[in-house]
Design a protein around this ligand. Structure first.
Ligand code: GRG
Length: 294
């Protein structure tokens, strides 16, 4: 298997070019909304979700070309959630992906509409996914709609909002991240597998993979928030300084959080056994995420 880094770079490029095709042109009227949609999509994300969709399709013996529409749909769903999450009525963030947030550039009303338009675009794009013997467009639509809905992505955000300022238990924190983070990562790998006509057993294995990888990803994200913040403040990455109450390091401590990320990654890797050599790319991605420094 080729090195992961060049593959990631090449795949990010393919995803960006497909995203360009799957979004309305900036020149289409009304221009402002299309400009705003493209502004957030092309703000420099890692493209983790589409990369997972494409790697899962590969693990199941599918064609990359057939998985591009759902890959882009997951990134568009993710970007919509970020645009809305950054709004003054939610997290009120000024920066996202190193650039001013949508509402800072286009105004609050336009940012709400941009999130709405991106979410609607998800369904326009997913409907273009080629069907297989086992899976129809209805299956793809259901997969992504349930993920974005009130029991998953939005449900996680509700729990997060309601938990603000409270001391959460580990169980409560896991519940939030199962929905806010792991659900879309799981959906991403499942959609890729579906475009490859994966058997129900392989789909199940990827559900376990996505769940554990998603939680591990969030634990690592929380750890990096602490270690990078302390670095920025010129402090030693000491015990639980500058820590938000509802994060893994705040609840478990840094060392136990690192162990938790490793434990979850191990579980994710175990679920890939059924794919043999074809699962190597997913395995590389899981290991890379555990060791990442950004
Ligand atoms: C529906 C408004 C609304 C929210 C749903 C998904 C979500 C809940 C909110 C988005 C904000 C958030 C912090 C989600 C947690 C997942 C996470 C770690 C996002 C960051 O993902 P990366 O690191 O980001 O893949 P890039 O910018 O690289 O794409």
């Amino acid at each position: 298997m080729d090195d992961l880094k060049p593959w990631l770079k090449a795949t990010q490029k393919q995803v960006d070019s497909a995203l360009g095709r799957f979004l309305p042109r900036e020149s289409a009227a009304p221009k402002t909304i299309h400009k705003a949609m493209r502004y957030s999509i092309f703000a420099g994300g890692k493209r983790l979700r589409p990369i997972l969709t494409l790697a899962a399709a590969e693990a199941c013996g599918g064609e990359l070309e057939n998985a591009l529409a759902p890959a882009c749909a997951t990134e568009i769903m993710h970007t919509y959630s970020l645009v809305h999450d950054d709004l003054p009525c939610m997290d009120d963030d000024d920066l996202r992906r190193g650039r001013p947030t949508s509402h800072k550039v286009f105004g609050e009303g336009m940012a709400v509409l941009t999130g709405d338009a991106l979410l609607t675009q998800v369904f326009i794009v997913i409907a273009q996914t080629p069907e297989t013997k086992r899976y129809t467009v209805k299956d793809y639509l259901e997969e992504i709609a349930v993920t974005g809905g009130s029991k998953k992505l939005i449900g996680g955000q509700v729990l997060d909002l309601e938990g603000e300022g409270k001391e959460l238990s580990k169980r409560e924190l896991v519940k939030i991240h199962e929905n806010k983070t792991a659900a879309l990562l799981t959906c991403s790998v499942r959609l890729g597998a579906m475009t490859a006509n994966a058997t129900p057993a392989k789909l199940d294995a990827l559900t376990t993979f996505g769940y554990n990888l998603g939680l591990a990803f969030q634990v690592i994200d929380d750890i990096l928030d602490v270690t990078q913040t302390t670095e920025m403040l010129g402090k030693t990455a000491g015990k639980d300084e500058a820590v938000d109450k509802s994060t893994y390091p705040a609840i478990l401590g840094l060392e136990a959080s690192r162990k938790e990320a490793a434990r979850l990654t191990k579980k994710a890797l175990k679920s890939l056994e059924v794919f043999g050599k074809k699962g190597q790319r997913l395995e590389q991605i899981a290991r890379y995420l555990l060791e990442r420094e950004y």
